[in-house]
Design a protein around this ligand. Structure first.
Ligand SMILES: [Zn+2]
Length: 93
């Protein structure tokens, strides 16, 4: 875990949860993922997500945003995913 947020911010990120919304150009689907484990800065609220969590986020986004240059043909939609539940479901599958 990092010691300090950025050179411009004195905050020290703490373990917490964050919500992020992901959009991809070419895709009409907006995906909001809640309860993502992250180190969150108490001063500026910047969230730092580790590599493994980022990989899981990519897996969750793939059905909606596709992979590489391919975007799946989907109708415009807003999707909300609970990170913890979704990762548990992926592991069970
Ligand atoms: Zn900060």
């Amino acid at each position: 875990m990092r010691k300090r947020c950025t050179d411009n911010c004195p905050g020290i990120p703490e373990r917490g949860l964050t919500t992020q919304t992901f959009e991809r150009s070419g895709s009409p689907v907006r995906v909001t993922i809640r309860q993502i484990p992250a180190a969150v800065c108490p001063v500026c609220h910047e969230a730092y997500i580790d590599r493994e969590t980022g990989r899981q986020i990519d897996l969750l986004l793939e059905p909606f945003h596709g992979k590489h240059k391919q975007v799946p043909p989907l109708p415009p939609a807003e999707v909300a995913i609970d990170f913890q539940e979704a990762v548990a479901a992926l592991k069970a599958a």
